[in-house]
Ligand binder design. Structure first.
Ligand SMILES: [Zn+2]
Length: 138
């Protein structure tokens, strides 16, 4: 599981102890289709609100994880028709957890505009593992 040469400038997403190469994930979806990801036209977004700075945190309430969002970028430069990318977390361990690895600005914009759904790709375990990058590389 190495991050390929030629990937020095690719986009990555890090979440706690995991990191993924978004470029690799997108290449796999283009090249391998359904072997790399399943397409879902309507992913429900409301469970993601807890990770986004949509509202100020309640007094005395600490957000453990908050995704950094550039508000102006999100509201003017994103295209909500582009599917977000969702990855299973350590599927080899039989865990059922998933995490958005690309498209947080689209999720933020959609929620700000009152939308509850966006299209997404769910990576297969194969594509998730091919896209996963050791955290210490960058
Ligand atoms: Zn890469």
């Amino acid at each position: 599981m190495t991050h390929s040469p030629g990937h020095e400038h690719c986009q990555t997403f890090r979440f706690v102890a995991w990191q993924w190469c978004i470029d690799t994930a997108e290449e796999l979806i283009r090249a391998d289709g359904e072997a790399a990801a399943t397409f879902h036209p309507q992913g429900i977004l409301t469970s993601l609100d807890q990770f986004l700075p949509l509202e100020p945190a309640r007094p005395g309430f600490l957000r453990l994880i908050e995704i950094e969002i550039d508000h102006d970028y999100a509201m003017t430069r994103t295209e909500l028709v582009k599917p977000i990318l969702v990855a299973p977390i350590e599927p080899e361990k039989g865990d059922n957890g998933v995490i958005v690895i690309d498209g947080w600005h689209r999720v933020y914009r959609a929620r700000k505009e009152g939308r509850e759904y966006l299209p997404f790709y769910l990576l297969t375990p194969y594509a998730e593992q091919k896209s996963r990058v050791p955290v210490w590389i960058r």
